[in-house]
Ligand binder design. Structure first.
Ligand SMILES: NC(=O)c1ccc[n+]([C@@H]2O[C@H](COP(=O)([O-])OP(=O)(O)OC[C@H]3O[C@@H](n4cnc5c(N)ncnc54)[C@H](O)[C@@H]3O)[C@@H](O)[C@H]2O)c1
Length: 416
């Protein structure tokens, strides 16, 4: 089946744009055509346009191009609202990197606008579509580990947010505000992975804090030397999640830890456990997810039944901001970021819901917002939004027609 390609405009040419542009111009080029990229800093969009042989344009030009259907918003979290709102007002569908907004209230308003105007507003993370989490979902849905009882997600990262130029908390002059810190940024991988496996959450509680008042010691930060106030966004979250399916979950995110990063997701069931690698990535070549089953004294590798895995342990992740021409294997090294955009493009052509939906993204954002609220007010926060688990992908592996088939079909149509 041949589809008319969906033209997209990419706004934001920072770190992750290399990976996105690699995948949008190569891995998912059957369905996507990149009609241009823009950045507030023209040198950055120029560099990407030269590497990927795509037009360098201004954001205004992208928004005014009637052929562009989707704007891919990969600016920093603090700019997501602004760029998404502009694109929706220009009549474009939007796919935004996570979180869809730094503010739950603003995100809800933007979604309402999109729905009112018949526009799609998909949002990351899309790592849930990777091989490891899709395989884990099938194993859970097939009852292999029995009834899920407890999910435990953890992400301890940083070298001290204050010291790391990569730390989202303080990278942007307005970063560090509530809704922009590491728990909101990377926390979404862990929350959305749990939502994808276990479904929606009914209520949350938690404790959050900014570790200390301290002086910004990161010399590359615009606020170098200033006192950072603890009332700004929390950098440590410990949340408890009450899932609708009856499972309980925990989420621990801390951005001032030290390498190596500690991150993962474990699902404990009545008949066995799944020990999953960091849901910030798509897979792991099939041997870093393990499981234990009732009666077996040890753990065994969890079988991988789905494609869209990423880096091999032998090829360490390179920093995508290093300017160089794409090479074979980049998708494997840098991950499959952009698969959510490809799924949204197929969803447009097939008139079906996209898997990285606005409802799923908003529910994930509300989980984090709820943990924040619970901590500030010493309450149990009852969720106000609902979501459904997105359709699983079809089993199959990257390369050849299976890659597209996995994304084209929803579960129901695949069975036909
Ligand atoms: N860096 C990663 O490894 C990574 C991985 C996955 C997801 N993400 C997500 O991707 C997004 C971008 O992250 P990044 O690390 O590439 O950030 P970055 O700071 O490196 O790049 C963001 C770029 O957006 C540009 N920008 C901001 N506002 C703009 C506007 N109005 N119009 C045009 N350009 C604008 C900035 O000038 C900057 O070049 C974030 O949401 C982040 O959470 C990042």
């Amino acid at each position: 089946m041949a589809f008319k390609k969906v033209k997209v405009g990419v706004v934001g040419c920072g770190n992750i744009s290399y990976t996105y542009l690699y995948n949008l111009t190569r891995t998912f080029s059957d369905i996507i055509e990149v009609a241009g990229c823009s950045d507030l800093i023209p040198e950055k969009s120029k560099a990407r346009s030269e590497i990927f042989d795509i037009p360098q344009r201004t954001t205004e030009e992208l928004l005014n191009d009637p052929e562009i259907e989707i704007i891919v918003n990969i600016t920093e979290i603090i700019n997501h609202n602004n760029v998404t709102d502009m694109a929706l007002k220009a009549g474009k569908h939007v796919y935004s990197e996570k979180m869809m907004s730094h503010s739950f209230e603003d995100a809800a308003k933007t979604i309402a606008y999109a729905k009112e105007h018949g526009l799609r507003f998909g949002a990351g993370p899309d790592t849930y579509l990777g091989g490891v989490l899709q395989s884990a979902r099938k194993i859970i849905d097939d009852g292999v580990i029995g009834e899920p009882i407890l999910a435990h997600a953890i992400c301890l990262r940083g070298r001290g947010a204050n010291h790391s130029p990569m730390a989202v908390d303080f990278k942007h002059p307005n970063g560090g505000r509530t809704g922009t810190t590491i728990p909101y940024d990377v926390g979404s991988y862990y929350v959305n992975a749990m939502l994808g496996l276990l479904g929606q959450v009914n209520s949350v509680t938690g404790f959050c804090r900014f570790k200390d008042n301290k002086v910004m010691t990161n010399p590359v930060h615009p606020r170098f030397g200033e006192l950072v106030n603890k009332q700004e966004g929390a950098t440590m979250f410990l949340g408890a999640l009450n899932f609708d399916c009856g499972c309980y979950g925990s989420l621990a995110v801390y951005s001032e830890s030290f390498p190596p990063e500690t991150a993962g997701l474990t699902i404990y069931g009545t008949k066995g456990n799944l020990y999953l690698p960091d849901p910030n990535y798509y897979g792991g070549w099939g041997y870093d997810a393990t499981m234990s089953l009732n009666g077996n004294p040890g753990t065994m590798p969890m079988p991988y039944l789905f494609g869209f895995n990423d880096h091999s342990p032998e090829t360490p992740l390179l920093k995508p901001e290093v300017p160089r021409a794409p090479r074979q294997g980049d998708a494997m090294r840098f991950g499959l970021r952009g698969i959510g955009v490809a799924d949204m493009a197929y969803a447009l052509r097939l008139n079906r819901p996209q898997r990285c939906s606005e409802d799923l993204a908003l529910h994930g954002l509300e989980v984090l917002h709820g943990i924040d609220e619970s901590s500030a007010k010493h309450i149990v926060y009852d969720m106000t939004t609902k979501t459904e688990r997105p359709y699983p992908l079809c089993p199959g592996f990257m390369g050849g027609p299976d890659q597209d088939a996995a994304l084209i079909y929803t579960d129901e149509s695949y069975k036909l």
